[in-house]
Design a protein around this ligand. Structure first.
Ligand code: NAI
Length: 221
């Protein structure tokens, strides 16, 4: 089996999707699935699926396909969903509150244990069952609770400084929603910069392509 650190980024990016699809199959009580069936559902080629899963030692059996529960569990382990990484969220504005409320951290390997905001008017307000703390309490909280992941929902101007402070306090990973691409200057720190707007721009580009093709077809007719 390949070491997790040696798996290509493109394979890692596909794993959450495998995990989600397999979870849905499990809910539908499907016990096993062939790579061909899985490929049809996921719109990937069967050989792509076999190649991806072979990176981790392969889970299928010739002529049987994949045991859905086993594969779901194995991919979950690879993704770390059984780890319950202690997570804090910084910035309890519109986005921060929506994320704290609507993202199921527990089923994705994370356990949200603290929410912080610089605005004193928010201190003590409850979101997702957690009382918001003032940012002045972050140092003490991190020393006592040692969170591993920080979700950043703050304006971009403050992002690098806050991230630097959190790294000094032992945080190892950032799920960064601020419109600032956190540089990965630190050793062994994981960063996921998320820009929902980039996804919309990709959609706009593809919409543009379709509309232009339609216009060309109309002009030909
Ligand atoms: P908001 O203004 O509703 O909330 C921001 C919160 O951060 C406020 O409660 C503020 O008091 C707090 N804050 C500011 N500086 C802080 C600091 N140093 N420490 C702790 N808390 C601090 O804004 P909203 O809508 O929640 O957006 C937050 C950020 O996320 C903005 O920068 C926005 O541009 C960005 N954003 C990113 C998206 C993405 O896809 N990546 C989508 C939507 C917003």
């Amino acid at each position: 089996m390949a070491k997790h650190g040696s798996i290509s980024n493109s394979v890692i990016k596909r794993l959450p999707r495998y995990y989600r699809f397999l979870g849905e199959l499990l809910k539908d009580n499907i016990v096993r699935i062939s790579s061909r069936e899985l490929s049809q559902k996921m719109k990937l080629t069967a050989s792509q699926i076999r190649q991806d899963l072979n990176c981790f030692g392969g889970f299928g059996q010739q002529g049987y396909g994949y045991n859905v529960e086993e594969l779901h569990n194995e991919i979950g382990k690879i993704l770390g969903v059984d780890k319950h990484f202690k997570t804090i969220l910084i910035g309890a504005g519109n986005l921060g509150r929506a994320i704290a409320t609507h993202i199921n951290f527990e089923t994705r390997g994370c356990h949200l244990i603290g929410i912080f905001d610089v605005n004193p008017a928010l201190t003590g307000v409850e979101v997702a069952g957690i009382r918001i703390s003032h940012t002045s309490d972050i140092t003490k909280f991190c020393k006592e609770n040692q969170p591993v992941i920080a979700v950043l929902c703050i304006p971009k101007a403050n992002t690098q400084r806050i991230a630097d402070e959190l790294v000094k306090l032992g945080v190892k990973a950032f799920w960064n929603f601020s419109h600032y691409d956190l540089s990965i200057d630190y050793e062994n720190i994981a960063v996921e910069n998320v820009h929902l707007g980039d996804s919309l721009l990709t959609l706009a580009y593809n919409t543009n392509v379709i509309c232009e093709e339609n216009d060309t077809d109309k002009n030909k007719a």
